[in-house]
Write a protein of this length. Structure first.
Length: 286
């Protein structure tokens, strides 16, 4: 052995601090990208959910003379009360992997009558948006999407005191209002679409506002301009849930994530402009 002792030079404190600073800087640079990638992945998952629900709606329509359920079907007075059907229940029939017992005899009231369907929906990931802001709700939301139940066409008959032409200024949260006749919408046939529009320009499902009640599925539909994302009492999500906005499934089956201001041009724009993705408006018509 050599008489000279060999030793390794230790890092100085300044060098260690410099390394730590570089690592911290790299983390600061990469963190937003990683977070953005995660949000993008969640958006893709939500879009995949909506696309699968679109397939389910198509399967249901094929077996029911091209009819789909918008909102909920309630039998007319004197009809068979056992024929109640919520749109989410109809979609269950079209999910190929769902082999459970579909909750039958769904009834809007009392609320206990909705519990079986709610429990089933809560367990099926397809009905859950992974970016839904659960921390803002009062409980676990079983259904994270709302359905388009606007009349087609939409006329002045549908504009009531609590539904001004402009839909009103932006609201803070959902408020319970009496369900109008639109909620008794019969089955909707795809071939009823007017020449003014086509299935590729009409939203069928989109994302639900976080303030909707967790124990009442009656409010998971939109049929007034006051329920749009930038209106008084929104039922459609008004937060920036995904990097590109809010996701929506169209009647032809394609899914788009669009900016909130694109889905709803907002107050005080005319009702026809605000409903361009949901129906068509015929002013002056009763």
């Amino acid at each position: 052995m050599s008489g000279r002792s060999a030793h390794r030079r230790a890092f100085t404190l300044i060098e260690l601090l410099l390394v730590v600073a570089i690592i911290a800087l790299l983390i600061a640079i990469l963190a937003p990208s990683l977070q953005g990638a995660r949000k993008q992945a969640l958006q893709l998952k939500c879009n995949a959910n909506l696309r699968e629900l679109g397939h389910a709606a198509s399967f249901y329509a094929q077996d029911n003379r091209q009819r789909i359920v918008r909102a909920e079907y309630r039998p007319p007075p004197g009809g068979d009360w056992r024929s109640h059907l919520h749109y989410s229940q109809a979609l269950l029939y079209g999910l190929p992997y769902y082999d459970g017992v579909i909750p039958g005899l769904w009834r809007p009231t009392p609320l206990a009558g909705q519990a079986p369907l709610i429990e089933v929906l809560r367990k099926i990931p397809t009905f859950q948006c992974p970016s839904f802001p659960d921390e803002l709700t009062n409980g676990d939301q079983s259904l994270d999407y709302v359905v388009n139940a606007f009349r087609m066409p939409y006329t002045d008959r549908n504009v009531q005191l609590d539904n001004p032409h402009d839909g009103g200024p932006p609201g803070q949260s959902y408020t319970g209002v009496n369900q109008p006749p639109a909620d008794y919408e019969d089955f909707f046939q795809l071939d009823r679409l007017d020449r003014r529009t086509n299935p590729a320009r009409v939203i069928y499902l989109t994302e639900a506002h976080h303030s909707l009640p967790t124990n009442d599925l009656q409010f998971h539909d939109v049929f007034y301009t006051s329920m749009l994302p930038l209106a008084r009492f929104p039922r459609i999500a008004s937060d920036k849930r995904h990097p590109k906005g809010i996701s929506a499934l169209f009647l032809d089956g394609h899914v788009v994530t669009m900016r909130q201001s694109y889905m709803d041009v907002g107050y005080p724009r005319p009702v026809g402009d605000r409903l361009r993705w949901f129906t068509w408006y015929v002013p002056g018509m009763q």
